[in-house]
Design a protein around this ligand. Structure first.
Ligand code: NAD
Length: 488
């Protein structure tokens, strides 16, 4: 890190309460260590939660990589991780971890609201970053993470591990080079996975400060009472800290679509129309448990259907939808390809299987790919470089905005979507069937839908009709001093 970059890092508040002298030394040494292709890479884990545990295992299998630091404001989780890595230094405050000389790269696997800030602070401190999906909690901060990777010349990979599954290259060849199914005409993305209510307390959840330092856990999020039953994991369904199912599984399935079907040619959709609701459940969650969105990509029409409800009360099956439950379908002139994590099947026009693809899901490969880039200092070899990660996350952020900026559903489905009309009508019809067993319809209370929202890909802002409300969701309110800096 240059002296000027270091000054900006200190100004950003990263080192508040920490030794400035030590921080200066860290930055100077880091670049030199990271440039050495043979030295051991020291990893710091920012989070000791569920996903971090899996990543500790995956990175632990790689040669020349050692977990040297652990961080979590949840003392029990931190202590458990420390048992696994007794030699690693364990701290509650990410700012202290970022000062450690022996941390070359960090793994950010916190709740979503911390991803960008932790990643940016880490890059300012001279570390490379593996950050879990979704990259951002709101679209503006993802742009800052991309800018930070460029400005500080850091390796930054998003944790969309399916990108590193060797199967994806075979699928791309089959669809685009061999054109084995002819032209792709449209695509459908699915996330059908049953979840449960998260509780609705009458009094706020009390957290013992000896167990979790809530100031550090909240970081950039607003301080407000929590009425769900448990703190961890279910933050996904609270807009203050999470991004709903769209920003959870939605990132993986939309990333596969962008990668395999669109070859990353569409950074963000040009127009979007979306609706949904948190229905049936009476809990403290906010994000939709049914969500249906149309994306105008400028190339082919795309829709995503998402439901966390069972087909009917008590059922273990999801509502009707074309297979796969979590994946994508590329509809082509000569058949269709159904892809999901670790496998894909191609069918001809008559529905006969013509090819099967087997993959691994990408775990192990993706972490190795990051380490290879850290050693070579070559971000071009990354399979999910932060810019790609920002684009895919963008689709999810926009889909959430369409829901949040929506109005009570009133039949706006009559909008003419041209080539995308059939895809959209089918999705709405399935959604209606999914609601019927609960005595609900698309115009029931709690279901809302946007009008068509237009996006300017260059500025990553909505333009035209209804842009103002939607633009209000592009950047969150930060809680000082946990403020994502604008990176020029
Ligand atoms: N790539 C994948 O397949 C995959 C799978 C699961 C989860 N994830 C992602 O991983 C992330 C974590 O998910 P999870 O299931 O582990 O959730 P989790 O609730 O189990 O873990 C989150 C952890 O982050 C910790 N944390 C909060 N603030 C922190 C801070 N300032 N410093 C350090 N730690 C902090 C929490 O205390 C908690 O232990 C999510 O963003 C999720 O989308 C990715």
């Amino acid at each position: 890190m240059s002296r000027q970059d270091r000054r900006q890092f200190l100004k950003s508040g990263v080192c508040a309460g920490a030794t400035l002298g030590a921080a200066t030394a860290v930055g100077a040494r880091k670049s030199a260590r990271a440039a050495d292709a043979n030295s051991e890479i020291g990893l710091g884990f920012i989070s000791c939660g569920g996903r971090a545990g899996e990543l500790m295992g995956a990175f632990g299998k790689l040669e020349g990589v050692r977990t040297v630091a652990l961080c979590d404001p949840d003392q029990q989780r931190l202590a458990n991780a420390k048992k696994r890595f007794p030699e690693a230094e364990a701290v509650s405050d990410v700012r202290i971890l970022l000062e450690m000389n022996n941390v070359d790269a960090v793994v950010v696997a916190t709740c979503n609201h911390w991803h960008c800030l932790a990643a940016i602070w880490a890059m300012q401190a001279g570390k490379d970053v593996y950050v879990e999906k979704p990259l951002s909690h709101s679209q503006w901060e993802g742009r800052q993470a991309v800018a930070a990777a460029r400005k500080y010349d850091k390796i930054c990979q998003l944790g969309t591990q399916q990108r590193s599954d060797p199967m994806q290259a075979e699928i791309k060849k089959f669809l685009h080079e061999d054109k084995a199914l002819g032209e792709i005409v449209s695509a459908r993305v699915n996330r059908y996975g049953i979840r449960e209510e998260i509780g609705k307390r009458t009094t706020p959840l009390l957290i013992d400060p000896k167990e979790v330092d809530m100031n550090l856990w909240l970081g950039p999020a607003q301080e407000k009472p929590i009425f769900r039953s448990k703190l961890q994991y279910d933050w996904h369904w609270d807009w203050n800290t999470g991004s709903g199912e769209m920003g959870n599984w939605g990132v993986h399935v939309l990333d596969d679509l962008r990668n395999n079907v669109l070859l990353d040619k569409v950074a963000l959709p040009k127009r979007i129309l979306g609706g949904g609701g948190r229905v049936v459940w009476d809990d403290a969650g906010e994000s939709p448990n049914i969500h249906f969105v149309y994306f105008d990509t400028g190339i082919i029409p795309v829709v995503i259907g998402l439901s966390n409800l069972p087909a009917e009360p008590g059922s273990r099956k999801s509502p009707p939808h074309p297979a796969p439950g979590s994946g994508y379908i590329a509809y082509c002139e000569g058949g269709r390809l159904e892809g999901q994590r670790g496998s894909a099947v191609a069918y001809d026009r008559n529905g006969t299987v013509i090819k099967k693809f087997r993959g691994s899901g990408g775990m192990g490969y993706h972490q190795q790919n990051f380490i290879d880039a850290v050693r070579s200092r070559d971000r071009s070899i990354l399979n999910a470089e932060v810019q790609i990660g920002n684009d895919t996350t963008g689709w999810c952020n926009l889909a959430n905005i369409a829901f949040r900026a929506g109005q009570p559903y009133d039949g706006q489905q009559n909008i003419d979507l041209g080539a995308g009309q059939e895809l959209w009508d089918n999705l709405l019809s399935e959604t209606k069937h999914g609601l019927a067993p609960y005595g609900l319809a698309l115009n029931s209370d709690g279901i809302q839908m946007s009008s068509i929202l237009e996006m300017d890909a260059a500025t990553e802002r909505f333009v035209g009709q209804h842009a103002d409300e939607a633009n209000g969701y592009l950047k969150r309110q930060y809680r000082a001093p946990f403020v994502v800096p604008e990176i020029a």
